[in-house]
Design a protein around this ligand. Sequence first.
Ligand code: PEP
Ligand code: CO
Length: 449
Amino acid sequence: MTTTNWSPQSWRHKTALQQPTWPDRTALDHTLKILSDQPPLVFAGEARDLSEKLAAAARGEAFVLQAGDCAESFESSADSIRDRLRVILQMAVVLTYAGGMPVVKVGRIAGQFAKPRSSDTETQGDVELPSFRGHIVNDIGFSESERRAEPNRLLMAYNRAAATLNLVRAFTRGGFADLSRVHAWNQEYVADSPQGAKYEALANEIDRSLAFMTACGIDLSKESALNQVDFFTSHEALILDYEEALTREDSMTGDWYDCSAHMLWIGERTRQLDGAHMEFLRGVKNPLGCKVGPTATVDDVVGICETLNPDRVEGRITLITRMGADKIRDTLPPLLEAVKDTGQPVLWITDPMHGNTYTAADGHKTRHFDAIVDEISGFFQAHEQAGTIAGGVHLELTGDAVTECLGGSDELGDDDLARAYETMCDPRLNGRQGLDVAFRVADLLASRS
Ligand code: PEP
Ligand code: CO
């Protein structure tokens, strides 16, 4: 079915918020031409596969774990990418085993290079420069040359995404993700903690189950469900020039897909119903997400569903709520009721990160583990009451031993923040805190009636 009055360029007639000011228009057009000739990063069939899995999650037959960096860096090492993946695989095992559900794994990875900003400029002393908008646009250092929007970065983003995706595909297909290696995912830094020990016990149980299956005559090496994992990519579709340049028509179906990632989402700051981001994404067939914050009205949310999913296709839309722990119990229930009344098949997942950010006394932006867990539990409660499905979690994390979020089993406090605060944007859970969250979510899933 074709989308009416849509083309990959139709967003250009609408207001596009959060776009960089490119100083050199000719260089931008030249780069976009090169980008539009590049091979797709992902394939339409993969995006359709993810849509089906998300549809299952919307029905309560699976659970979504969407996680990764707030802002990926062009400099991130192969080890750092591997460790991020490893934590996500570990968390997925916990959720699958303890929660008794297939887990749909979606990374904020291989393309999460653009950041929306609350202000176009940043002032330090008496110097005012353009804000850092992510490595796809400019650099984080505070100098004129570093903050200039460089079109060449769009190509670098494509190449970084391709290289990262190549690693992800190798790790998830080439033996690293074999369930018989479940112990090996417990990287040293995480293993050496109470959560790591709890994980180790669970991994032992899985080992015993695998040994039992082998004893029964099942050749585990032939079971792709045990030695490979499906891992999908996603990012905020923010820089529309880039997304348009990677949009291709699928030769099998004639549908358009944004081949920069399997799933794309619209951020809280760019979800205007008449805005350019809504216009662009309504025409691509990828599964779509939209962030929904505490100011979203019933009309906003119903409008998002009708705009992005007029045909009411299951698995098409994921609403990612990011209310804040102190608001979710008031703000979410009316939205759940309203969407339920429309009959729209929506997958609801919770982002317990972005509504719980605050500035600590020493000036670091942080989030407390307890608020994160509280928002997740408020999310489950709201769904329980409304009779709808709590379908997943959306987290910002890294496998590295950073100290950006407070609390967790290590009880990180204000004094720890300066020690290893490495994020380019928002504070992320470290590997141990990520696993901590997984065990809490597993409990919530297991106790769901
Ligand atoms: C993000 O996901 O990093 C982000 C900026 O979120 P939001 O759009 O919900 O503020
Ligand atoms: Co963020």
